[in-house]
Design a protein around this ligand. Structure first.
Ligand SMILES: Cc1cc2nc3c(=O)[nH]c(=O)nc-3n(C[C@H](O)[C@H](O)[C@H](O)COP(=O)(O)OP(=O)(O)OC[C@H]3O[C@@H](n4cnc5c(N)ncnc54)[C@H](O)[C@@H]3O)c2cc1C
Length: 461
């Protein structure tokens, strides 16, 4: 198989699809090559833009009484001061000096990129709510709180700031053991009681039995969610919830996060209509998260609507003439394939997506580009230099990735642009810890959008 287009994007996660749709929106012919789903498809549902205190989202203690103490100008300034290689540093005018000026230069660029992808996701049936200006607290499946900027509507409806002291019921499903409603409701009510917004033990927990029976040995959330995409099953499930809650004064339901994959919004609205309560799903981390799978499927639908061709293949090699990439080679479903383009975008993710591997040292898998940390290629360092002894320390190994300039062109081991017609986007870029610093999907959206714009502009030139 041979593919020819203006631009080829390698990688079909949040970053690659944003880049591809942006380039297509500028009139370019674009192909995305993807070997499989990556990190995007297992996301927990939190779309983080900016952690507090300079990239410490997961390590910060938040108190509902004080709010999140989230101050974007200060937090962004601190983030890029503490992590100068963070991709956000490429999008701010640092010589402006003050916190406010830095935020003022970043915010409009971020907003344009975020609106671009959020609009397309909403049209594809996956609506996110929130803002880069605020972070809000949502329940998790463990009964803790997770603060984030944007979240799909089903999570955002669970902003606990709006809860009254009682009236909250956690609803689990018999046979789905990943959401222990008794444990989650007790933990969360105790946590909120400590912070003055609930009475300990005041949340109720119920379990619903699937009316059509269940598989022996239990079911995964994804299996139940697939069943709830079926309108008849959805209807009978909602009736079962309604009957379980009969006589209960519930104004918030925290439902097991299994309401459907392609049509969870329908289940949510039907539940709200029939129970009269506000319904939400908790945030749930991989491997059981369905939120990421929904996001990935909505991205795929949006990509199709944008007229971008998606090829399932593993890119394993390339041909270049000097510093210009001519062609990619790989293995597709129908055998060997080749892809020619004038510009390429590398959005292959990190270890989860397959963009980086760690075998005899860390390396990038398609172009063998050097991986950087702290301004230096990591191959110059012994592997243990990238790990810190303390479990909760910042781990350099999780912040290492490609280094690129403001034009998002990755550099070689000497710091020069590696290939004139290659841009990089998303988590393949280094300088941030995508799981811990509270900027993960924000980086993907911003760098994906910018890489798509730059590649499209180059094709025109
Ligand atoms: C454990 C974990 C927790 C996280 N938690 C959060 C969070 O709470 N909040 C948040 O905002 N962000 C979070 N993130 C970050 C966020 O999920 C990632 O930044 C994002 O999903 C990465 O998107 P991506 O497009 O860069 O990569 P991916 O989604 O990984 O996509 C990479 C793509 O490249 C393809 N690919 C790779 N190599 C090849 C090849 N040779 N040929 C063809 N295709 C190839 C893969 O198949 C895949 O399609 C987390 C990430 C992880 C890993």
């Amino acid at each position: 198989m041979k593919v020819r287009s203006d631009i080829v994007v390698i990688g079909g996660g949040l970053a690659g699809i944003t880049a591809a749709m942006r380039a297509a929106s500028l009139g370019r012919e674009v192909t995305v090559i993807r070997k499989a789903y990556g990190a995007t498809a297992v996301g927990c549902g939190a779309f983080d833009v900016l952690g507090t205190h300079g990239g410490d989202l997961l390590h910060s203690a938040f108190d509902l009484r004080k709010g999140a103490q989230y101050a974007p100008p200060h937090d962004l300034f601190r983030l890029i001061t503490r992590r100068p290689a963070h991709p956000y540093a490429l999008f701010v005018e640092q010589d402006e000096g003050s916190e406010k000026a830095v935020w003022k230069s970043f915010r409009p660029r971020f907003d344009v990129a975020a609106s671009f992808i959020l609009d397309r996701l909403a049209k594809a049936g996956y609506e996110l709510e929130g803002s880069a200006e605020a972070i809000t607290p949502h329940p998790t499946a463990m009964g803790t709180l997770r603060w984030t900027n944007f979240a799909p509507v089903s999570i955002h409806r669970g902003n606990v700031n709006g809860w009254r002291k009682g009236g909250v019921v956690f609803v689990g499903i018999d046979g789905v053991d990943t959401f222990d409603t008794a444990f989650a409701s007790r933990s969360l009510s105790a946590l909120l009681a400590e912070q003055g917004s609930a009475d300990a033990g005041s949340f109720d927990a119920r379990t619903v039995t699937l009316p059509w029976g269940r598989k022996q040995g239990g079911m995964t959330p994804a299996e139940v969610a697939r069943e709830l995409d079926d309108p008849e099953r959805r209807e009978s499930f909602v009736a079962a919830v309604e009957s379980e809650l009969a006589g209960q004064d519930a104004d918030h339901l925290v439902m097991a996060p299994v309401l459907g994959i392609d049509s969870h919004a329908e289940t949510l609205h039907l539940l709200e209509k029939r129970t009269g309560a506000r319904v939400c799903e908790p945030i749930i981390p991989a491997p059981h998260a369905i939120h990421g799978l929904r996001l990935q499927k909505a991205l795929d639908r949006a990509l199709e609507s944008a007229g971008v061709r998606l090829v399932q293949a593993h890119v394993a090699g390339f041909d270049a003439a000097g510093s210009v990439i001519r062609m990619l080679r790989g293995e597709g479903d129908d055998g060997p394939f080749e892809a020619e383009a004038r510009r390429f975008v590398l959005a292959t993710g990190r270890f989860f997506g397959g963009g980086l591997v760690s075998q005899n040292g860390m390396r990038e898998t398609v172009f063998n580009l050097p991986i950087y940390h702290g301004g230096r290629p990591v191959r110059e360092r012994p592997p243990f230099a990238l790990l810190r002894e303390r479990y909760w320390s910042r781990q350099p190994a999780f912040e290492a990735g490609l280094r690129a300039g403001r034009d998002l062109r990755p550099v070689d081991g000497t710091g020069r642009v590696a290939y004139a017609n290659l841009h990089a986007a998303g988590s393949i870029l280094g300088g941030f810890d995508l799981a811990a610093d509270g900027t993960g999907q924000g980086v993907d959206a911003l760098t994906g959008y910018e890489a798509g714009s730059l590649a499209a502009k180059d094709v025109q030139a």
